[in-house]
Unconditional design. Structure first.
Length: 167
């Protein structure tokens, strides 16, 4: 393992800290592992939604009664709701990262991951209500774009956790 603070390769921790600089590596690993597990679970759930739709489409031949003409209204409303939640998350993210506490960093990642999963849930709902594979694909793609955005924010979160544990 490499110490996040001094960047030295650490073979064995002294207690729970780096033997070179005293950084609490074990605590850092615990916090990062929780974040990794939550992100993995939420991302895998979006993949499972896609697999579920594929099974319903190809094996079961699922055909709902459909929403008819209101399909685009419902889909647009869900897309608008997802966009609204995303915009609200930007304000939340800014405030949470300004707080600069260990808990605020963890909460930020968890909430942003849940927001990233939201469009995939909307896509599944649209498929189940309207049988609309195009809406499912649009929402699933939006979800994965939000997960990619979250991935670009993770280095900032890891640096913040490191800074909090350093003090």
């Amino acid at each position: 393992m490499r110490c996040p603070q001094c960047r030295q390769e650490v073979q064995e921790l002294r207690g729970e800290a780096c033997p070179y600089c005293g950084f609490p590596c074990a605590e850092f690993d615990r916090r990062v592992r929780v974040i990794q597990v939550i992100l993995f679970a939420l991302f895998m759930s979006t993949l499972l939604y896609g697999v579920l739709v594929a099974i319903l489409e190809m094996v079961v031949r699922y055909r709902p009664a459909g929403l008819g003409e209101v399909e685009h209204v419902v889909g647009g409303a869900m897309l608008g709701a997802a966009a609204g939640v995303f915009l609200a998350s930007l304000a939340f993210e800014r405030r949470a990262l300004e707080a600069a506490t260990l808990d605020s960093y963890a909460h930020t990642v968890i909430i942003l991951a849940a927001i990233a999963e939201l469009p995939a849930v909307f896509g599944l709902v649209m498929y189940l209500l309207a049988g609309s594979l195009p809406w499912m694909v649009v929402f699933l793609a939006a979800s994965w774009v939000l997960f990619l955005r979250l991935g670009t924010r993770l280095p900032l979160v890891l640096r913040g956790i490191t800074d909090c544990l350093r003090t």
